[in-house]
Write a protein of this length. Structure first.
Length: 115
C-alpha cells in the first residue's frame, strides 16, 4: 500500500516574509499615488493663486453697441481671444460705472492695462 504524500506547506517564516513583501508593495504604491496627487494639487493651487479678481474700468460703450460685447472685446484683445475673455470675465457693469470684473493672472492684468 502507498502512503499518501502530504502537500508541502510554507514555513511560518516564508509566510511572514511574503506578507511583509505584500505590505511593502502596497505602501510603496500608496506613497507613489499620494506624491503624484500632492504634486498635481500643488501645481493647480499655485496657478490658482497666481490669478486674482480685478475691477477693470473702461470708457462707456459707444451708442448702439452692446455693453457686454464692447467690454468682452476689450478683454479679448488683451488676452488674445474671445474664449479666454469669456472664461475670465466675472461680471459686467454699466449703470454705476463702465467696466467689468475678471479673474486675471499678473501677466494678463498687464496686458489689459496696456490696451
Amino acid at each position: 500500500m502507498v502512503d499518501p504524500v502530504e502537500p508541502r506547506t510554507a514555513s511560518p517564516a516564508m509566510k511572514h516574509s511574503a506578507s511583509i513583501s505584500v505590505v511593502l508593495v502596497l505602501v510603496l504604491v500608496s506613497l507613489a499615488v499620494a506624491t503624484a496627487s500632492a504634486a498635481a494639487m500643488a501645481g493647480a493651487a499655485a496657478e490658482e493663486h497666481a490669478a486674482a479678481n480685478y475691477l477693470v474700468y473702461v470708457d462707456p460703450h459707444p451708442p448702439g453697441v452692446d455693453c457686454k460685447k464692447y467690454q468682452l472685446g476689450i478683454l479679448a484683445a488683451a488676452l488674445g481671444g474671445e474664449e479666454k475673455a469669456k472664461a475670465a470675465i466675472l461680471y459686467n457693469y454699466k449703470n454705476v460705472m463702465s467696466g467689468f470684473s475678471a479673474r486675471l493672472t499678473p501677466s494678463e492684468l498687464e496686458a489689459v492695462k496696456s490696451n
